[in-house]
Structure formats: C-alpha cells, structure tokens
Design a protein around this ligand. Structure first.
Ligand code: PLP
Length: 278
C-alpha cells in the first residue's frame, strides 16, 4: 500500500511493528517508568502499548510517594487492548501492589507471549515502591510465568527472602548469589539476568542464568535513573522482534550502556539515559 493524502495530511499505513505490552509506573521526569519503556521499545523498532500501574510523585532527586491505579481499571484497559490487538512480548516493571498482580496475571498469561519482568520494589535511592505482601505474590503468582527476570542484587535477595527491603545484598558472596538465582529458577522463571550495578566491582558485571554467562561493562561515573527500565524494555522489544533470548540479552545491554554513555541532565539530580539517539 502506498500513502494517501487527505486534506494536506500524508497518511502512511503500510508498515507494521510488533506490539510490546508495558505495565509499569509513571515517573513524570521520564527517567524511569513507562516513558523510559516507551522510548526504549520505540528506539528498538517495536511499538509500546502502555498501561500505568501507579503514579509516582518524584523528581530527579528521589521518590516522595506513589498512588496505585485501581486494579479494575488496569484490567479493564488490558481486556480492551487484548480484544483489539496481538502482543509479541510483555514488559512488567513497578507493579506497586499485590491486588494488581493477582488481577493482571491471568490475563497476561492468556496472551501466550514472553514476559520480561524488572522486579521494581524500590527506587535507586532506596524509596519503597511496593506494598506489604507484594513480594510474596510476585514469587507465587507471577514469577512462574516469566521468561526472564532482571533483578539487581537487592531485588534478587528480596525475591528469595520474600521481603521488601534487603540492605546487605552487596555483601553476599558469589555462592550466595548463585543459590538465590537457583531458587528463582526452581520457582519457574526461565532465565535470570542478575545485574551488577549495586556490586562494588570495578566493572559492572551482569550474569545470565541458567546459561551462567557473564557480561562486563566499564562502570560509568554518575547517577542514572531508569537503567533497569531501559534494560528490561530493550530485552522485551528485541524478543518481540523475534531474536533469541541470548541475543536479546546481549543487545539490550549494549543499548542500555550506550544510553547511559549519552545520558543528559534536566536538573541537578540524576541523569536521564539517552534512549532516542537521532
Ligand atoms: N519505575 C518507576 C515508576 C520508578 O519510579 C522507578 C524508580 O524510581 C523505577 C521504575 C526503577 O528505576 P531504575 O531503572 O532506576 O531502577
């Protein structure tokens, strides 16, 4: 099909993109959350379809509070979209409360498409983004459905200890980390990409399991907001475009690292990754 022109507008309708369903929080600064996800997914050639799980009150210095969106509203929107279109991948970020997880999981499961989960429980500065009981429901209901989960060290130990806060995660030995990852895999997750941003090593080393493959990236100076969102969304976009999990994980890390290299500031706080590079 070519383009048609109506009243001076040129309409092109011949292209198609693979849809990635995103359910995540809204960070109005655009550093993290659905804006970050939508930028990443668009930049990688897929189409983001975004549902907001919670509105956060935050600036580039930190998160003050958040307000979850009622689960019925999210499910109603999800069912409406499901009736209208197909999804090639799902990306889940901040889910904020357990009733939302319980409400969306059956619908998402019925989409029969790979789920990428960034287990957001707190902001980079440590402000809580989850309610009591969320972690337990995530482990029991969501994780068994997930293709790949992308925890950082504190998130890994929160998930395996079923608690919302984990202060000494950076002190855990490699054996303790491996045992925790094994627990997630035994719980039904297909792949775990453990991210190393919180470790004290010179390079940031991320590790994919069960492949047990490491990826080292030079640690960049400064503080960034939304690197985890960028990484998980990039994996989802690449999976939606049909590549293997190993390739998606590698390319998504490259995309994220380049976004951090090009990061820019909109105020005196944390930098925003540059995801749209044209
Ligand atoms: N999603 C939302 C809505 C957030 O507010 C945050 C952190 O504040 C995150 C996700 C996680 O951000 P990051 O990718 O920096 O861990």
């Amino acid at each position: 099909m070519g383009s048609t022109s109506t009243k001076g507008f040129s309409r092109r309708g011949s292209g198609s993109r693979n849809n990635v369903l995103v359910i995540a929080g809204h960070d109005p600064t655009g550093g993290a959350g659905v804006v970050a996800d939508a930028q990443t997914i668009s930049a990688l050639g897929a189409h983001p379809v975004t549902l907001i799980s919670a509105h956060t009150i935050q600036d580039t210095q930190g998160v003050n509070s958040y307000q979850p969106v009622p689960p019925e509203l999210v499910v109603q929107q999800l069912e409406t979209l499901k009736a209208d279109m197909e999804f090639a991948a799902v990306k889940l970020g901040m889910l904020a409360n357990k009733s939302l997880v319980e409400a969306i999981v059956p619908v998402i499961q019925s989409l029969n498409t790979p789920i990428v989960f960034d287990p957001v429980l707190a902001s980079g500065a440590g402000d809580s983004l989850s309610d009591d009981g969320l972690v337990e429901v995530l482990c029991k209901v969501l994780l068994p459905q997930v293709k790949i989960v992308t925890p950082n060290l504190p998130e890994l130990f929160c998930l395996t200890h079923m608690k919302a806060q984990e202060d000494d995660a950076a002190e855990k030995t490699p054996d303790q980390q491996k045992a925790a990852v094994r627990k997630l895999l035994e719980g039904g997750v297909e792949h775990v990409l453990l991210t190393g941003g919180h470790a004290k090593s010179k390079d940031v080393v991320n590790r994919l399991y069960p492949a047990d493959k490491g990826y080292a990236w030079p640690r960049l100076e400064g503080e960034y907001h939304g690197s985890g969102c960028t990484l998980a969304s990039a994996i989802a976009a690449l999976l939606a475009n049909g590549v293997s999990i190993e390739y998606a994980v590698e390319e998504a890390q490259e995309f994220t690292w380049q976004s951090l290299v090009g990061a820019y500031r909109i105020s005196s706080g944390q930098s925003i990754p540059l995801r749209i590079r044209r």
